[in-house]
Design a protein around this ligand. Structure first.
Ligand code: ADP
Ligand code: MG
Length: 356
């Protein structure tokens, strides 16, 4: 059993009449890397700020390491925050930026020195101690901000889009570094991003937020392979979504009607006859065929276009009922069907996700 570190109990936050966080319940374990993921304005920062202590919940409780802290100020919580904007003191060098909080707490000089150098070592900036922030790159400034947040060994580190200002290549590199740092230290990280790829890469679990609620909380694999709602299926990765009705049920399968084609599906939750459901299938799970080939089902379609993306080739196929399906294939196996060619598509029934 993992030890509980942060607990949100029915947390609500309103600004005037605007409820921006609606009844959030969440348990975060010690040593866990948990990400709040969702579109801009869904309430990620507000949720993080309530854990940090910069906002007080309108209702509900924030519990950190067994202690109710809902109305306790940030500096009295065992938590530090790293922001996208770095928020370094421009007139202080790297050493003094990292040392600042310890000096305020009147920690002894030798102790400060040891802890600052350890923190700088963690982010590989030992040799930059004398530099001023304007002599550092964006990635280095963010490392200083991380060192400053780690220097007093908080139980929980909160990070609000910390890599958002960096270019893509550096961001990818820092994602891996941060993940390694978290594993090395074993500190609980609560990380905010709107970037689904970043969330899938770094997290032990992801809370997908939308409109102030958590739509799904699960491991990257669960979120990607078994999205619990239409929103999650659409927001995470690419997906093909179909709307239809359950037209037949037998022991193993339900059958979904897609414009007159009966498609077997394996629902993870019970569905009933005539129920209107959405079905989601990932582009890399869809197979393209030239012939029908006696498959248990195959939907006829017509190639609309090929899109070359380097590591994958996308083929868009129009299906009956005005649907289009995108098929992703790796270059080794990619078909080179001509535009307008008649083809068939299908997939393994248990790879399609049914969303009621
Ligand atoms: P996210 O971080 O997911 O982009 P936020 O938590 O920053 O979302 O904001 C959620 C909603 O709350 C937004 O509609 C935002 O305008 C609103 N909001 C955030 N802070 C305040 C505030 N201090 N006063 C009024 N509204 C706010
Ligand atoms: Mg935000």
């Amino acid at each position: 059993m993992s030890e509980l570190m942060v607990k949100l109990n029915n947390v609500v936050k309103s600004f005037d009449d605007n409820v921006v966080v609606k009844n959030i319940d969440m348990d975060i374990n010690a040593g866990e890397f948990l990400t709040l993921l969702g579109p801009s304005g869904c309430g990620k920062t507000t949720t993080l700020r309530m854990i940090a202590g910069f906002e007080q919940p309108t209702d509900g409780e924030v519990i950190i390491d067994g202690k109710e802290v809902s109305n306790i100020p940030p500096h009295k919580r065992d938590v530090n925050t790293v922001f996208q904007s770095y928020a370094l003191f421009p007139h202080m060098n790297v050493y003094d930026n990292v040392a600042f909080g310890l000096k305020m707490k009147k920690v002894g000089k030798e102790d400060i020195k040891r802890r600052v150098m350890e923190a700088l070592q963690l982010v590989q900036l030992e040799s930059f101690a004398e530099r001023k922030p304007d002599q550092l790159s964006g990635g280095q400034k963010q490392r200083v901000a991380i060192a400053r947040a780690l220097v007093n060994s908080p139980k929980v580190l909160l990070l609000d889009e910390p890599l958002g200002a960096l270019d893509l290549k550096l961001r990818r590199q820092m994602q891996v570094e941060l993940k390694h740092l978290q594993q090395q230290l074993g500190i609980t990280f609560i990380y905010v991003t709107h970037d689904q790829e970043e969330a899938l890469t770094m997290s032990d679990r992801i809370a997908v937020m939308n409109g102030g609620i958590i739509e799904q909380l699960g491991t990257p694999d669960e979120i990607y392979e078994r999205p619990a709602s239409r929103f999650v299926a659409d927001f995470i990765g690419e997906t093909n979504l179909f709307e239809g009705k359950v037209v037949e049920l037998d022991e193993q399968h339900a059958y979904f009607d897609l414009s007159g084609h009966k498609i077997p599906i394996v629902p993870t939750n019970p569905v009933s006859l005539d129920e209107e459901v959405s079905m989601a299938i990932r582009p890399e799970r869809v197979h393209l065929h030239e012939e029908r080939n006696g498959a248990s089902f195959a939907i006829p379609g017509k190639v609309v276009e090929h899109i070359y993306v380097g590591s994958i080739i996308k083929t868009v196929v129009s299906l009956p009922g005005g649907y289009e399906v995108t098929v992703n294939e790796t270059p080794e196996v990619a078909h080179s069907f001509a535009v307008d060619q008649d083809v068939y598509v299908n997939w393994e029934p248990d790879k399609a996700v049914v969303i009621a």
